[in-house]
Design a protein around this ligand. Sequence first.
Ligand code: SF4
Ligand code: SF4
Length: 71
Amino acid sequence: MSNIKIMVENMTCTGCGECYSVCPHGYIFMKQGKLGYPVPHIEKCEDCGICLEKCPYSNFLDPDDEEGAAT
Ligand code: SF4
Ligand code: SF4
């Protein structure tokens, strides 16, 4: 998985909205999440990886998680 779904799943997302701004296809929308603020949701994705690359917090991810490996 190379999109920011993993940020939401890991509760690492701060809701900053950067990913929403950069998806070249407009596939990301912000929706109220469990954490009490809007977080990104994706229904369709070309897997280009731009949103995850531009997320200012994605460098805090465990690299194994980013590969989709079980922990
Ligand atoms: S750029 Fe990262 S921290 Fe900001 S809303 Fe998107 S996933 Fe969350
Ligand atoms: S991986 Fe690319 S197409 Fe998919 S949501 Fe992120 S920026 Fe958009």
